[in-house]
Structure formats: C-alpha cells, structure tokens
Design a protein around this ligand. Structure first.
Ligand SMILES: Nc1nc2c(ncn2[C@@H]2O[C@H](COP(=O)(O)OP(=O)(O)OP(=O)(O)O)[C@@H](O)[C@H]2O)c(=O)[nH]1
Ligand SMILES: [Mg+2]
Length: 303
C-alpha cells in the first residue's frame, strides 16, 4: 500500500524539473567545498532529505541550518539545537528573511572549509574563492537565504514551492561564492503523515492534497503535542477534541458557508493553514527530538 501511495504522490507533485535539477546538483558538487543543508526549524528531521544526503553529503562536508526559526518555538529551537549537537552535528537556527550578521555566517563556513582542507593535509593556501552550495527541499527558504547573504538581490523568492529553476553563482562577502540551487524533495515519502506534515509546512503544493485533510492533520498535531494555545488563537467558543469538528467550528466562526448553508470546510482549512504558515497563531514546532533509547534496551536489542 505504502508503495502505491508513494508512487501516486510522486506522480502528482514531483515535477520533472526537480529530477533534472537533482542531477545538475550532483554534478555541481564537484565544484563546491561545502554543502549548506537548509532544514525547517518547525520540523528539522522531517524536512531533511535522506536521498539527498546519501547522494551528496557522503561526497562533500556539510553545515546544517534550521531556517524559519521565527515561526518555531524558541524553547524547541534550543532543544533541537542541543539534540543535533549531542549527535555531533552543529546547527545554526536562523531567520533567513531577517538575517543578522550574514558575514559571521559566511566567515564561519569559510573557516570550516579551510580547517577541513588542512585536516586533509593541504599545505598550500587556497587560491580561489571558497565555494558553497545551499540545498534543501522546496520552499524552505534557499533563495531568501541567498538574497540576504549577498548585497544585491538576484535569486527569485516565491511563496510557492519550485520557484528556482536554474543554478546561479553568487559572490558573497569574505571571498566566498555561493551556488543557489532549486529545491529537492525525495520521491519516497515515509508515509501519509509525512506528506501531510510537509504540506502543512508549505513544502508540498497545497493542490496535491485536500486542504481539509492537511488542516485536520495540523489540528491533530497541535492536540498531540499539547499546543492548546495554537487552537485558542482561533477564538472559537469551544474547542472540540475532534479535528474535523474544530474545522467546522472555525468555518462557522469565520462565517464561511457554502450555498445551501453548510460550513465551507475547504475555505476554513485554507485560511487556517495560511495563518499557521504566517505565524499568526503563534510559534509552534511540529516535531520533537526523538527519545533516546536507554543503553540497556539497546544492549538487549543486540542480544
Ligand atoms: N517567516 C519566515 N519566512 C521565511 C523565512 N525564509 C524564507 N521565508 C519565506 O518562505 C517562502 C519560501 O522562500 P524561498 O526563499 O522562495 O524558498 P526556496 O527554498 O528558494 O523555494 P524553491 O525555490 O521553491 O525551492 C517565502 O515566502 C519566504 O519569504 C524565514 O526565515 N522566516
Ligand atoms: Mg528558490
């Protein structure tokens, strides 16, 4: 069943230009010293791309960046940062659209490249600019980050996934060059929930799923994670424990009705998703760091 779903999900929204872009990116890897991997701070693991990591990151060193940290919970940002660092993966949480100290970031990446070069035994100084590549799934903020790392805007930014179509080199401060790349999304999603999560975050186009399903998933996720304030922000007279009923209440509250008087659930769902994505409900992280397996359990599993 999962395979059937994945196949159909891929056919619906995984466009040919992304496959082409992924191939071009694999080739461009030979030109870069460091891959900057962009994740979404609201779901740092689910917005990683295992396919990309297998193909690209085994060949090149990488630095992790969790973007849209302004939309995620500050407490959770710190928990996630600790989690990544406890797994030996330094990560920067940032808001690409209001990037503070871009030079500090590029300098850090440059120093990392030079350090790794030295560790590999290079004795001569690098005679060309350090080259970086930013990668991530669609709509994660790659072009926004590029635009804020440089002084003049050239990379197109869009509210829809899949806006960038071509690679472009961008000169940055401190003798660093950056390659803007189109987003990539893995063709094999883990399951339906994974697809709904990425749709709720805006990484998969809304059109590929019924918006009421995505909105109900998001409401259920708020409830599972105990994020009651997110639903309180909807200003409903009461909040049902059933996501479908919450959506209905929301349509009524916002006076959204179909001809004939039934609540316009799809409209309410779209409004709700828009509000979440714009941070109008508050800052909410949709994924918590995985619980570590106790050492004894791990040993037992091996026995
Ligand atoms: N709130 C917030 N919004 C952001 C941030 N970074 C990017 N965005 C918004 O996210 C949307 C997508 O940004 P882009 O930079 O176009 O994303 P991309 O990864 O280049 O997208 P594709 O080219 O489609 O793969 C835009 O509406 C941006 O304004 C951020 O740090 N915080
Ligand atoms: Mg882009």
């Amino acid at each position: 069943m999962a395979n059937n779903f994945n196949q159909s999900a891929r056919q619906t929204w995984f466009p040919g230009h992304m496959l082409k872009a992924e191939k071009a990116m694999a080739e461009a890897l030979d030109l870069v010293d460091l891959v900057v991997v962009l994740l979404d701070a609201r779901a740092p693991l689910s917005t990683r791309n295992p396919r990309l990591e297998q193909r690209l990151l085994s060949r090149r060193p990488h630095a992790l960046v969790a973007n849209k940290s302004d939309l995620a919970s500050g407490v959770q940002n710190r928990r996630w940062k600790e989690w990544f660092e406890s797994h030996g993966q330094p990560i920067d949480f940032l808001e690409a659209s209001h990037l503070k100290k871009p030079e500090a970031l590029t300098t850090r990446w440059k120093e990392l490249v030079l350090k790794l070069r030295q560790e590999r035994g290079a004795t001569r100084p690098l005679m060309r600019p350090v080259r970086l590549m930013i990668v991530g799934i669609p709509n994660i903020g790659k072009s926004t980050l590029v635009n804020h790392l440089r002084t003049r805007n050239i990379a197109k930014v869009g509210a829809r996934p899949g806006v960038s179509r071509q690679n472009q080199w961008v000169p940055l401060a401190g003798g660093v060059e950056l390659l803007d790349t189109p987003g990539l999304l893995w063709p094999q999603l883990k399951d339906k929930n994974h697809e709904l999560l990425l749709t709720a975050l805006g990484n998969i186009p809304d059109e590929s799923t019924d918006p009421t399903l995505t909105a109900e998933f998001l409401i259920a996720r708020f409830q599972e994670l105990g994020l009651a304030d997110a639903l309180k922000a909807l200003d409903l007279p009461e909040i049902s424990t059933e996501p479908a009923e919450v959506l209905e209440q929301l349509a009524v509250r916002r006076k959204m009705f179909l001809p004939g008087g039934r609540p316009a659930l799809a409209n309410a769902a779209q409004g709700f998703l828009k509000d979440y994505r714009a941070g109008r409900l508050g800052r909410y992280t949709l994924e918590v760091p995985p619980a570590e397996e106790p050492a004894e359990d791990a040993e037992e599993a091996q026995a």
